[in-house]
Design a protein around this ligand. Structure first.
Ligand code: KG4
Ligand code: ZN
Length: 360
């Protein structure tokens, strides 16, 4: 079964084709991403109107590239008289992100999927973006029948920080989330305060790498909000404020930018890993998953790996390949594949962008 994935919920226009067979094999045949980061950088963040216009310009070239790299040819044109040229496959379904995200960005992907579904008579699968991030952790892990439940998943991106319990395929239970800023949003705002640019996560990670503790006698300690709370919730806005106040009180903060970046990253990593491991223990997780844009963070991956080895013996840790951590369409097509196996399709007439869509 071949699935075309389309993603346009935020500032990446992406298309991918995957090929799956039962629960045993899944290959990403193509994954094309057109990022708008360089455009939004000049504004210090994503401007929704600009993002939507860029999606409109990019979506067809991106889909075209993904289809031709995967050697897919739509076979309903009068020119081909319903037959595919030799060696070219057909699509079995189109999976598209319907939410959550920016409404005008989502609409570009949704209307495009509708149009192709209508014209090619290919069924459409509506995908929740968070579910897509979850399946990014599975993209290279087939056969999926080896994956054991329950799974505890931490999705950390620019828009979300969500702890999810998965007791079976498609069975999600949200057990915690952020009360204010998402983890990626906290990185982005902290980087802005430090003058490190957008997006903040990679900028802070890169600057933190240059920190040399032995050469610094400056003491800096930022809070780890809610690290000991009994629930599985998070809060990052206080940490961002603490950083802003610390900078305000330090006229020489620019000289210690590596120290600030390092401590901020440590604080976020401490909280995320502590809460994830605590939830995994409480729910006797056999698999622990970290997904979303922030899961690209090398320090977070390293600390979590150490903690799982030490505190959760026997549990398997799944973190997506770096190229599937930030927004991409391979993860949307992968999630779509599981829905398509169950024939969970949405008629094009009913397909809607849902900016506030929840996972469950
Ligand atoms: O998943 P994603 O591409 O988009 C959303 O669905 O929001 O995540 C983007 C977020 C941004 O906030 C970005 O700063 C963060 O992921 N991010 C990182 C790193 N790479 C991207 N955060 C920390 N460390 C990184 N290396
Ligand atoms: Zn995302």
């Amino acid at each position: 079964m071949k699935i075309l994935g389309i993603e346009s919920s935020c500032d990446e226009t992406a298309a991918a084709v995957i090929e799956g067979s039962g629960q045993n094999s899944l290959r990403v045949l193509s994954s094309v991403i057109s990022s708008q980061i360089d455009i939004h950088k000049q504004y210090g963040g994503i401007v929704p109107e600009v993002a939507a216009r860029e999606h409109v310009l990019n979506i067809l070239p991106v889909i075209n590239q993904a289809l031709s790299q995967a050697k897919i040819h739509h076979c309903f044109s009068p020119l081909t008289k319903g037959r595919c040229p030799e060696g070219r496959g057909v699509l079995d379904a189109i999976a598209v992100t319907v939410g959550p995200g920016l409404i005008t960005s989502l609409q570009v992907g949704v209307e495009t999927a509708k149009t192709f579904g209508f014209a090619w008579k290919v069924p459409i699968v509506a995908i929740n973006h968070i579910e897509g991030h979850i399946y990014a952790g599975l993209a290279d892990k087939f056969p999926v029948s080896d994956i054991q439940f329950p799974i505890i998943i931490l999705t950390v991106s620019g828009g979300h920080t969500l702890l999810v319990l998965m007791r079976g395929w498609g069975k999600y239970e949200t057990i915690g989330g952020t009360r204010d800023d998402a983890a990626g949003e906290a990185f982005d705002k902290a980087a802005q305060a430090l003058g490190l640019g957008f997006p903040g996560g990679p900028a802070i990670a890169q600057t933190a790498k240059e920190f040399e503790p032995r050469t610094s006698n400056f003491e800096l300690s930022l809070p780890r909000p809610m690290i000991d709370s009994k629930d599985y919730d998070f809060s990052f806005s206080g940490l961002k404020t603490a950083l802003i106040y610390a900078i305000k009180d330090d006229p020489n903060y620019k000289l210690r930018i590596t120290n600030y970046s390092h401590e901020f990253q440590e604080a976020v990593v401490d909280v995320l890993v502590t809460k994830l491991v605590k939830a995994a223990k409480a729910y006797h997780a056999k698999t622990v998953m970290l997904t979303g844009g922030v899961s690209a963070n090398a320090r977070l991956r390293q600390v979590l790996d150490e903690a799982v080895n030490k505190d959760l013996p026997g549990a398997e840790l799944l973190i997506p390949d770096l190229k599937y951590t930030t927004d991409n369409a391979a993860m949307i097509a992968t999630a779509g594949y599981f829905h398509a196996l169950k024939k969970d399709f949405t008629p094009w007439q009913d397909l809607r962008a849902q900016p506030n869509l929840e996972l469950i």
